[in-house]
Design a protein around this ligand. Sequence first.
Ligand code: MTE
Ligand code: HPA
Ligand code: MOS
Length: 763
Amino acid sequence: MQNIDAYNHVRGESVYLDDIPTIAGTLYGAVFDSPIAHGHIKRLDLEEALKSEGVVRIFTYKDIPGENQVGGIVPDEPLLAEHEVHFCGMPIAFVVAFSAEAAYAAVKKVKVEIDPLPVITDPREAKEKGELIIPPRTFQIGDTDAAWKKCAHIFEGRADSNGQEHLYIETQGAYAVPIENDAIKIYSSTQGPTAVQRHAAVVLKLPMSRIEVDVTRLGGGFGGKEDQATIWGVMCALATYHLKKPVKYSLHRMEDMRMTGKRHPYSSDFKIGLSKDHKILAYEATFYQNAGATADLSPAVMERTLFHCTNSYFVPNVKATAYSCRTNLPSNTAFRGFGGPQGMFVIESAIAQAAEALGVPASDIQQKNLIKTGDEFPYGQKADSEAVECWEHSKTLYNIDQIRKDAELFNAANKLYKKGFAVMPVCFGISFTKTMMNQARAQVHVYTDGSVAVSTGAVEMGQGVNTKMLQVAAQVFSLPPARIKVNSTNTYRVANTSPSAASATADLNGKATEIACNAILDRLKRVAAEELGAKPGQIELKNEIVLLKGKPTDIDWKKLVMLTYMKRISLSEHGHYTPPGIHFDMKKEKGHPFAYHVYGTAFISTTVDCLRGIYTIDAVKVVHDFGQSMNPLIDLGQVEGGIVQGIGWMTMEELVYDKEGRLRSNALSTYKVPDIYSVPKEIDVHFLDTKKENLAILRSKAVGEPPLMYGIGAYFALRNAIRAFNPNAVIPYDAPLTPEKVLMSLYSAAGVRQSPEVVPGNG
Ligand code: MTE
Ligand code: HPA
Ligand code: MOS
């Protein structure tokens, strides 16, 4: 089954927000945003801008009929600034004009006077000053204090990982259209249609029932549109509310980069203790999350950092504390992995530090400590582990010992090129960590001509979820794909949706679809049984034919559908699904939060040019736990994309804010993402068939986020290559390990710590 969007994508015919045909009279918006990271607004002067050609109106917070509030978890985020600004890029006014050009021209004429206040960009400084988004949280198992005494080796250190720009190909945007009776329809490039609907209702003081949000697909979200698509939708709706005209705003790339949040940078301290035979006995970590100016999803992201702080390892004594620190940066947000990667980077750094000091390969320590079925995670859930299976399989399948030997030979023979490799095991929990969010609904209609329409809460963002929804319906009804149409995600058809996120979209919405289809199928079978004078249990539908006790009858799918309709039996169903068995107690910080875990092992090798500091990623070889993939093509795409995105985060994507909180890497000329030249020369993915009974849709495990974390191995592979050149190299655990940092590390001397601080260029 190929991706149902593939044909239109290749022909450029798929519809994204900016492809929706505009209605006559459509107006265009543009935001005037704060040039300063923190301050009091003394005066906002709109006079010149209002006189600018083509301007219709300029909206400020004063025009908001309801609450000036779009905070998702904590109500701390105004739609438009009132008296204070908290980050560079904070929206202050929304200009609406007859054309986008006119709107942008007017934005340039808005004047603002701001009394500057002190700017914080560093999470540790924020924590010192008590600027916390929520109180800190601690996950704990065993007793680390007692365990240190039993350790033969103890290592302490610090690890930093930088943020990451989402760089979805389609920038943020929305298009609001007035509907009669004070209703508004919002087309939004959002992962969370219900979030847009809910906040539009709050800001406009309208019932949610009067806000319709519709999403055909996104040109990528990667978490950046889970919460942060909302404000653009609400802003357009605000203008539509007042002007009774369609209003569209599709952000320029540089606006998107400047105004929206990114992956959270983290600064962390770790302490790891090992026994004589290198079992990890104790692990402590303190995470300082750079949340940016508002809460947004930071509390949930912080929580997932704690959930994944021990990655794929069983550690009997753990104490991990996380602080969500308020800084004057755009509010950081969900990004593939959702805090998990940041937590995993720290324990991998701790293991690397131990390995380097003990003179053993990190993979020895990693392998020895893999979590096994029945072992307990620090949050109380017992593992149903595939970690050892993935590891062993990759070791033999890819002949890792041989690759290791070849690299050693290469390094002995070459002075200025060095190879490095690393193994990166991954364990990622599937479910929203907030139990309540794990619910989904699907609406299925069978029309009298035998065609089927499926609507769910799932948003297609390139991950192929619509294809998977279609496959579920096709499988339950035993129909060819051509009979089934998956509709846009629309809050009028499916309500109260959780965002498409947490890699759980196909599981949750697929199960709801399965439930709805099965309910209709049961009715069809009853009708067929009645017609054939048999029992429903004797009826099957296969390839559009009704079977009785396994034998074909002369009733086909279309005929059965029509018979059912004529008997006045419903051919529609609204399925509702919640995964059983998940729970979490935040007071105890214990529970069973995940429906299941996804495992995998990646082997990453790299070659560093030790004269110039540049490098190639030679190969990424993966054994991944897919369950039983329902769509290997799509799932392979997810693994490859995730790996490249993870490598980008760890090795080249360097986000730079200056001390004034201004983004210096604010365009594609200054922010380097992986391109065709920098992707691994080889990506091998082996599908480990782990068919067990589990809560995955058709036993096909969630695949969206976990592969990103294989990319973490690229940092450690590079590190090992540098150490092959200079065994005394001092390499801070400070990702991304850019060519610049690689070069500095290659020629660093023991005892001279490189400054982890990045000095911004001159713009
Ligand atoms: N793949 C593509 N092509 N585009 C995306 O935006 N988002 C990722 C992942 N893969 C994304 C993607 C993220 S952050 C998540 S949570 C999952 O897809 C969401 O979709 P799923 O729940 O259907 O896996
Ligand atoms: N993952 C992704 N998105 C989320 C989550 C989560 O666990 N919780 C809330 N939004
Ligand atoms: Mo993904 S970060 O859960 O949208």
